[in-house]
Design a protein around this ligand. Structure first.
Ligand code: PRP
Length: 213
């Protein structure tokens, strides 16, 4: 029997429910967490010495870096944007989508000719890395907090860097994918000290999860 709690941080929302389904399949469940109406943020399984908590997605890597959570489950987009010192150990293969440069068809030309364009995004670090390091194109990055598709529509920006899942948000707003930056999905991250001190427990957990992915 483990004497120490294993703490797992989940990104609030759809990803958290999918992650709980996966943990359920390997026998790690938390009855309390199934109540979707509950406002509770932390759930403990005393028998297995495991606790889960729900955090804002962008904070999950922070909890894991500082060891407040041993493990985190969050989108690759958040991991890339936050740039925290954590180990990314597994692709959970759900929450699949793409990080893309999008805009009106007319912006394609600006991209091809490496024009000085304005890029609106919730992900300034990913955008910066893509344009400055991968494409070597100088751009003006404008940070937004949501509804980024508005950028080119109201002439705040030429293009956006955003997540595309079904593509319907783009379509309904007259925008299209111009360039793909990277595919995304939910990933499991682990605190660096936990990985060293509890290697067996973590590897065992990873092996069991892998069988169900
Ligand atoms: C995300 C993303 C796109 C949309 C893409 O937005 O920023 O707007 O989903 O999905 P689709 O390709 O299936 O249409 P989210 O719902 O997280 O809201 P926000 O970015 O506007 O806050």
């Amino acid at each position: 029997m483990e004497d120490r709690y294993l703490t797992i941080a989940l990104a609030k929302g759809r990803l958290a429910y999918k992650t709980m389904d996966l943990f359920n399949e390997i026998g790690i469940s938390c009855k309390e967490m199934e109540d979707k109406e509950s406002r509770k943020l932390i759930f403990t399984n005393e028998t297995l010495k495991v606790r889960f908590f729900l955090a804002k997605a962008s904070d999950v890597p922070t909890y894991v870096e500082y060891g407040a959570a041993d493990i985190g489950v969050v989108g690759k987009d958040t991991i890339m944007e936050e740039g925290r010192r954590v180990y990314e150990v597994m692709d959970l293969k759900f929450g699949k989508c793409r990080m893309c440069v999008c805009g009106p068809e007319s912006a394609r030309n600006l991209l091809e000719h490496h024009e000085m364009i304005r890029v609106a995004t919730k992900y300034p670090n990913i955008a910066k890395d893509y344009f400055y390091n991968s494409k070597q194109q100088t751009v003006d990055i404008i940070k937004l907090n949501g509804s980024v598709e508005l950028g080119p529509i109201v002439d705040l920006s030429d293009v956006i860097v955003d997540i595309v899942e079904t593509g319907s948000t783009l379509k309904e707003n007259g925008l299209t994918v111009l360039e793909e930056i990277t595919p995304l999905s939910a990933r499991m991250i682990v605190n660096q000290v936990t990985m060293q001190m509890q290697t067996e427990r973590i590897n065992n957990l990873l092996a069991r999860l892998k069988e169900h992915i």
